[in-house]
Design a protein around this ligand. Sequence first.
Ligand code: PMV
Length: 334
Amino acid sequence: MPPPTHTTTASAPGKLILFGEHAVVHGQPALAVPLSAVRVTVRAEPMPPGTGTLIHTPDLERSIRVSVEPDPIPDRLHTALAYPIQVARRALNVPLPDMMLIVNSTIPIASGLGSGAALAAALIRAFTDALDRPLSNDALNPLVYEVEKQHHGTPSGIDNTVIVYEKPVYFVRGQPPEPFTIARPFTLLVADTGNPSPTHIAVGDVRALYEAEPDRTGAIFREIGQIVEQARQIIESGAAESGTTGSSTIESPGPLIGSLMDANHALLRDLTVSSPALNALCAAARNAGAWGAKLSGGGRGGNLIALVPPDRAEHISRALRTAGAVGVIETTVT
Ligand code: PMV
């Protein structure tokens, strides 16, 4: 295989889980959408012969050399950077080329926005594009899932799926992802508690809770699954009431979706994956006029999402900052 001769750039978005995180690991459905406002971008540049494959992250001031096999005593960041390339190299069955991969990301790490899956997707895309062996999304998705397994142990697969295809997805573990349509665009605020929290610990604790109290925890998972089904129906139909027909004025489904978000958040609290900061910010959003709010992703910290009337977004965003959010992103889900 000839070494790369030109510079290529690839990227992948963040993601938001709208409904169903954690229960999705245990077989329930979940809804997720890409968050294109934040992205990982990777530039691949050819390097002189003998350099090997290097990865540089200017933001984290970290440079690493990729080895053919995973390093025996890796630290988490080294693994997060190197493992996607090791997986891609193996899949293409090529030696490591002389190449520099420069990573820039605007996705906060360990904050429920899918930074790990986006990093893997962008790295593998840049690497394979630079070798003139671009992968289809169908080929890329299982490779990113393999990387997720290294990070999480038992990922559901929702992060890699929504991030690779960059489309809204209704997801059930082990089943082909179903795209779902957003009948009426809606506005979300994504508020960062500023407390990173590794997903694998929260996922492990929920598993331990399920093992200790299978009946109660299983019932919570099923309730979350029912919320997901209701939310999907409302978001896909764009109607405030299921089965509403023949009415000339269709009410905004915002209040109904918002109350489902509140209910989902309460159940995530019962699963022990919320935190005082997340609860306080959800309450602040609701008090300022949000239709509903919930944590999004692994929880214990990271980000929450608030569904807001578009004309109240700025006011609610200010209220979230006053209540301690370190960053607030406004996004329209379409
Ligand atoms: O924290 P994130 O962005 O990795 O989201 C994880 C979502 C979970 O449902 C908690 C785990 C999973 O694998 O689905």
